[in-house]
Design a protein around this ligand. Structure first.
Ligand SMILES: *Cc1c(COP(=O)(O)O)cnc(C)c1O
Length: 218
């Protein structure tokens, strides 16, 4: 199936209120534009340099979310493109984003990445530390906390990821209770293999790459 058909099929199946984020790492501008023409209005990129090149051609007609691992020395460049960063997992990074946002006189919308399976080598804050991190983020004037995101572990069967999505949803609910659901809006979880389970567990952003564009070449 074509990129456009994949997008339209996913959009048809998503319940109202759930947004499709096209995960576009390694995809060409042409491929991304095909997805946009079929209805994608939100894209996620993992690498700042790669995103900058694409941004020159695609521009502001879609919302750009940063979904990769953000190094502190890339924050300034990242903020030229991204108003949304889904992967904040430590206070030093939050502080750096706040500082750069202040210099640019803008507000950056951030989400906390949760290491929902507590995997030692993986990005994301431990679930038990998420509320404290939210508290610290809240104190930064140029950051606005708007939700949480998780990758979850690599699993054999999609169903096996459910407990980690459920755990992340609990943190989302707790943050909503503390900060209000006007402010805490997004629960970003689920990828090509697991997005249906994520939706069942309350996700309202699903991040899909392969399911739109086919297998990645690198
Ligand atoms: C690549 C990527 C996705 C999409 O993965 P697919 O399995 O290709 O759908 C989602 N989220 C993040 C953070 C990614 O890096």
């Amino acid at each position: 199936m074509s990129i456009a058909e994949n997008v339209m099929n996913i959009l048809k199946e998503l319940p109202p209120g759930v947004r499709l984020l096209a995960a576009t790492k390694s995809r060409s501008v042409e491929e991304i534009l095909e997805a946009i023409n079929a209805g994608v209005d939100l894209i996620g990129e993992n690498y700042v340099q790669e995103a900058l090149k694409k941004y020159e051609k695609i521009g502001k007609k879609v919302e750009w979310h940063f979904i990769g691992h953000l190094q502190k020395n890339k924050v300034k460049k990242a903020l030229q493109i991204f108003d949304f960063i889904e992967t904040v997992d430590n206070v030093e990074l939050a502080k750096e984003i706040d500082k750069r946002a202040k210099n640019m006189d803008k507000i950056v919308f951030v989400m906390i990445e949760i290491n929902s399976a507590k995997e030692p080598q993986k990005a994301g804050v431990m679930p038990e530390d998420a509320i404290d991190l939210a508290d610290e983020i809240y104190s930064f004037e140029h950051l606005q906390l708007i939700g949480v995101m998780t990758m979850g572990p690599v699993v054999d069967k999609p169903e096996d990821i459910r407990p980690y999505f459920r755990k992340t949803k609990e943190i989302f609910d707790e943050l909503r209770y503390i900060y209000g659901d006007e402010q805490i809006r997004y629960l970003s979880m689920g990828m090509t293999q697991t997005w249906r389970i994520a939706v069942e567990e309350g996700a309202n952003i699903v991040r899909i790459g392969t399911g739109i564009f086919g297998p990645r070449k690198y």
